[in-house]
Design a protein around this ligand. Structure first.
Ligand SMILES: [Zn+2]
Length: 571
């Protein structure tokens, strides 16, 4: 591609609504343009990268015997009503009506359509297993679209589904897909981690998330260096024990003016944070909850949602706190608290010397003992794992890093096959339910995550497999016929003889402008034809990633570049 004929609208500055690096760089490097909130046009460079990710998916899924099909974007409401998700999915489901007033949705995922298809086609155990996928535009009416294509309303997904005769075979399909996903993200040249995850709203009993590791990631991952355990921090089990010294006396109310926070109270009473009982008041759909955790730890809201079986739990407002505890925020405690469910972290059981809010503004209780001074309705693991916590598999200390979720695989069981009658006849002629798995990769998210992981102050640093073009040929002086001739010759040979994806920057621009654009877009290799090189009959080949330079004879230049692009040599 000649730069002069290309549509590469690079920008010096990012728009003010771009909060994260990948969003800024995708705009600045001319990969995307915003059409409306959470809706983007993929420009030619952005589409090329998208297609690279798609092609890697197709290649690896094909090796794993998954077949591509294409389902409609428009899904009839009836199918979604059968699985109950028409009601459950809420406002994120984009709903439309046709001219006959029939209801449809724009599919955010396709379990309904594909399970219905398979239910109609599969008769016998001989028709199974099946593994089908599509790469398609999805819709999700996000309440607050942001981060560019990372959380858009319209986005491209690879979604796949497996169908098996029983759990054992479904597990094999699942493992097969986990292996394919590992090859896909490795094939993209990304550093990633496959972690155990909470299954969330999609249901199912077991799942893994694929995270691209990046400091800017919104997910936190627990890691054990000793045994290799990895898990989304939302799911990591926490086991803590505190060995309190027995308190000297009975519960006593003490004056603690203006001490609202754990830090303020521990400072005032000269005790460690861990001796302060944090009492958090949550409002649910079914009930209000007082959640007790040690003062030195953070609550895991996902675990709280699972134990209470509540979706949409929120911290109580100051008004509700006052109504329930008769005190200002900061003085809640379990003693004498009524009309709320008291739920405590496992580590609170048997604590002997706690400080708790007295449900009276500016007062706390000291010498509080669990069991005798207050009782809990339930104990559960309610904490967020932290560095140094014990690994649930081997007890070695855990560490944490951040990541961006780009893929998610689920064992679905029979959740969808039950509601859509997806059955088959087994060897004995008995009717059995098909066991399913589902597997997603956000194509646009993978592109954005690749940028979050691979950029510097000058722009994007594409991993070679995802780069829109591998090589940027830069003649330094367009007025010098020798310079232009060599550049054209190398371009011609790389494109036609070596089949390499190249850009020839044939613009009448200063070298500085060309270098800046090249770094911003992130072409992995620059081939620079300059004055000194022309005298010595050498071109300068420079790596975007390492900054290293090699001067190569004109005659060997194309072969050297081809070897670089095929990773036979490195720079
Ligand atoms: Zn471990």
């Amino acid at each position: 591609m000649r730069f002069s004929l290309g549509f590469f609208p690079t920008l010096r500055d990012a728009p003010s609504d771009a909060e994260i690096e990948s969003h800024k760089l995708m705009i600045r490097a001319g990969l995307i343009r915003r059409v409306s909130s959470g809706i983007y046009t993929l420009l030619p460079l952005g589409l090329r990268v998208h297609k690279k990710v798609e092609d890697i998916c197709r290649r690896e899924l094909g090796i794993s015997n998954a077949q591509e099909l294409l389902m409609p974007t428009l899904n009839p409401a009836e199918l979604w009503q059968k699985t109950g998700r028409w009601d459950v999915y809420g406002k994120e489901l984009m709903r439309v009506k046709d001219r006959h007033d029939r209801e449809f949705c724009l599919g955010p995922t396709h379990e309904e359509v594909i399970t219905n298809l398979v239910a109609n086609e599969v008769r016998s155990y001989r028709d199974l297993p099946l593994n089908l996928f599509q790469i398609q535009t999805k819709f999700r009416d996000e309440i607050r679209p942001r981060f560019g294509v990372m959380r858009g309303r319209e986005f491209v997904m690879k979604d796949g589904y497996s169908f098996d005769v029983d759990d054992e075979n479904a597990s094999k399909s699942y493992e097969n897909m986990v292996a394919a996903y590992e090859r896909i993200f490795k094939g993209c040249g990304l550093s990633f981690s496959a972690v155990e995850a909470d299954s969330g709203a999609i249901g199912g009993s077991f799942s893994h998330e694929f995270m691209v590791l990046a400091n800017s990631g919104e997910e936190e991952i627990s890691n054990c260096e000793s045994c290799g355990y990895t898990s989304n921090v939302e799911k990591t089990p926490v086991k803590l024990t505190y060995n309190d010294e027995s308190s000297n006396g009975d519960v006593e109310k003490v004056h603690t003016p203006n001490a609202h926070t754990v830090e303020e109270i521990s400072e005032l009473l000269k005790v460690p944070n861990s001796n302060v009982l944090k009492t958090l008041i949550y409002k649910g759909q079914k009930n209000n909850y007082a959640v007790l955790i040690p003062g030195d730890r953070k609550l895991n809201e996902v675990k709280l949602g699972n134990i209470t079986n509540e979706t949409g739990l929120v911290l109580a407002s100051a008004t509700l706190v006052k109504e329930l505890t008769k005190a200002e925020v900061g003085f809640a405690g379990p003693i004498g608290l009524e009309n709320v469910s008291v739920i405590a972290d496992n580590s609170i059981k048997g604590r002997k010397n706690l400080i708790a809010g007295a449900n009276e503004t500016d007062y706390h209780h000291i010498n509080v003992k669990e069991g005798s001074d207050f009782e809990c309705e339930a104990f559960a693991d309610l904490l967020i794992a932290e560095d140094g916590d014990e690994c649930p598999s081997c007890n070695a200390p855990l560490s944490h890093q951040r990541g961006i979720e780009v893929g998610h695989v689920f064992k679905l069981g029979t959740k969808y096959s039950d509601s859509l009658d997806a059955t088959y006849l087994d060897e004995n002629g008995e009717t059995k339910t098909i066991v399913m798995g589902c597997y997603g990769i956000g194509i646009g998210r993978t592109v954005a995550a690749a940028i979050e992981q691979n950029h510097d102050e000058n722009g994007i640093v594409w991993p070679l497999p995802l780069a829109p073009y591998s090589v940027d040929i830069i003649p330094m002086n367009m007025d010098d016929p020798d310079c232009v001739e060599i550049a054209e010759k190398i371009y011609d040979e790389l494109v036609h003889k070596f089949n390499i994806e190249c850009v020839l920057d044939d613009r009448n621009e200063r070298p500085g402008v060309k270098f800046n654009d090249s770094d911003l877009i992130g072409f992995p290799f620059k081939v620079i034809i300059g004055k000194k090189g022309l005298i010595e009959k050498k071109v300068e080949v420079k790596s975007r990633k390492t900054g290293k330079v090699e001067f190569v004879d004109f005659d060997n230049a194309c072969q050297f570049i081809a070897d670089l692009v095929s990773s036979k040599v490195s720079l």
